[in-house]
Design a protein around this ligand. Sequence first.
Ligand code: GTP
Ligand code: ZN
Length: 383
Amino acid sequence: MKDVSGDSSAPSPETLDPASRIAVERAVGELRRACFVFLGEDEEGQGPGHLILSTENADHEAFAALRQHAPGLAPSLLITPRRAEALGLGNGAGSPLALETSGLTLDELVQLANPTTTAKTPAIQIPKNLAERLQQVPPTTAAAALDLTRLARLLPSVLLLPVDRQPEGALAVSAAHIQHYRSRAALLLKQVAAAEVPLLGAESTRIVAFRPADGGREHLAIIVGSPRADTPVLTRLHSECFTGDLLRSLRCDCGDQLRGAIEAMTAEGAGILLYLAQEGRGIGLVNKLRAYRLQDQGADTLEANEALGFDADERIYEPAAEMLRHLGYTRIRLLTNNPEKVTDLARHGISVEDRVAHSFPSNGHNEAYLDTKARRFGHMFEV
Ligand SMILES: Nc1nc2c(ncn2[C@@H]2O[C@H](COP(=O)(O)OP(=O)(O)OP(=O)(O)O)[C@@H](O)[C@H]2O)c(=O)[nH]1
Ligand SMILES: [Zn+2]
């Protein structure tokens, strides 16, 4: 096994251009703060382009500030193909949609993007003429704007206003920067800390923290015992679940799976649990709470993600493969019921030599959730 006691070297510069990284990180911050950013059409984020504002954050002040830059022109509402389908607007092409918004109030706009908005006004009737409001937006601009909201862990929707040039004081970012960033930075991991952390029932345990270059939250490797590198190591990829892991929520099976995996590793004497910062199947805790609200209104866990505009599962497992490689393990036996974890790890160079079933009995609250995982996500349950 490689030394895991301290820091490792920084990502090599040719894979991450600092200027583009900083521009994208600042743009993410602006969107979260309800400020618009300028998404320029050329490589450097200049030339003509669009102002974009996170729809879920659009209050009257932010909306007015945006509109000042194109008086008389109503912004477009950009939504994902998933959200479009939920609104009855599926175009079959799987591409984002832009809607012209004149005559709609700000509350109506926000509710078109967010089916769980807590606005005091009653839930809107979806306007009947939405299909007549479809507009053209350059596909690279649309994709980059939605990528930026995902990086910001906001709902995937923006208000979009075409402008001739970057307004004074607005932060400029380019679609190329965003694309470069999303495809590289989340995958560049740097080991930043490691320590012994004896656990109840698993006293010989170490935790190694890996920080992604995108400034996102750290992924953790929890190493039980001293796994040998020359035989396949018992491994679990566990996606963070604040509610299940920490609060012992009964809505899901995550708490049982987390503790059960550590127990299985202890029983074997060794194992690696990768605790991945991908809360809510990659949509973040806040959006997961929104998804729960939709589930309480009748949607299942997959439909709820899609109604919010996300894919059913937004996770990627390349960082997990990177962590295993960094730790010196490429042959594993994987504790999972999820076939996608197996194929994805294999695609990224990890030899999954066995799948070890990892099911727990229902707790009286999570039957529907487990049932949906088996029926709609193809999870292999052996309860
Ligand atoms: N969006 C969303 N995420 C959920 C919901 N319930 C649980 N989750 C998240 O689902 C993830 C479950 O992850 P895992 O247990 O690693 O994976 P899995 O896909 O169930 O596969 P297994 O390896 O078989 O357990 C965690 O990130 C939870 O936060 C839900 O209703 N909606
Ligand atoms: Zn959970």
